[in-house]
Design a protein around this ligand. Structure first.
Ligand SMILES: [Cu+2]
Length: 122
C-alpha cells in the first residue's frame, strides 16, 4: 500500500512483478481492498485465482448471455452456493476463514476458479 503511494506507475508494475515472482500469493497485491470483483465472461472466471485477506468480500458479476453460478464444497460443507446468475446479476460473499476455496460453475463444471484467503504477511 505504501509502496503504491510512493512509486510511479512503472515502479508499481515492477513491485507487482517482483511480488508475483517471489510469492505463491500472486493476488496479494489486492488484499488490502475491501471488495474484490471476479468478472464472469466468455465462460471464464476472471481473474481465475484471487488472494484476499480474511473478512474481505468477493463479488462475482456475470457478463455472459447465459446463466452461471458459483459453488464450492469443502468436506460436507457448501462454502459457496450462489443461485444461477442471469446476465449482469451479481453474487457477493465475505470469506472469514483462511483457506483455499476452489469453486466451479454448477451449470458448466469446466468453469473453475480459486479464492485464496490468507492473512497479509506484513
Ligand atoms: Cu457457467
Amino acid at each position: 500500500m505504501f509502496l503504491r503511494l510512493k512509486l510511479n506507475r512503472s515502479g508499481v508494475l515492477f513491485a507487482l512483478a517482483a511480488c508475483i515472482a517471489a510469492s505463491p500469493l500472486a493476488g496479494s497485491a489486492a488484499a488490502d481492498a475491501t471488495m474484490n470483483v471476479v468478472d464472469i465472461s466468455k465462460f471464464n472466471f476472471g481473474p481465475r485465482e484471487i488472494t484476499i485477506a480474511p473478512g474481505i468480500k468477493v463479488r462475482w458479476v456475470n457478463h455472459d448471455e447465459v446463466p452461471h453460478s458459483v459453488a464450492s464444497v469443502q468436506g460436507q460443507e457448501k462454502v459457496i452456493a450462489s443461485k444461477a446468475m442471469d446476465t449482469d446479476d451479481r453474487y457477493e460473499l465475505a470469506f472469514s476463514k483462511e483457506g483455499d476455496y476452489a469453486y466451479y460453475c454448477t451449470v458448466h463444471p469446466f468453469m473453475t476458479g480459486v479464492v485464496h484467503v490468507h492473512k497479509p504477511k506484513n
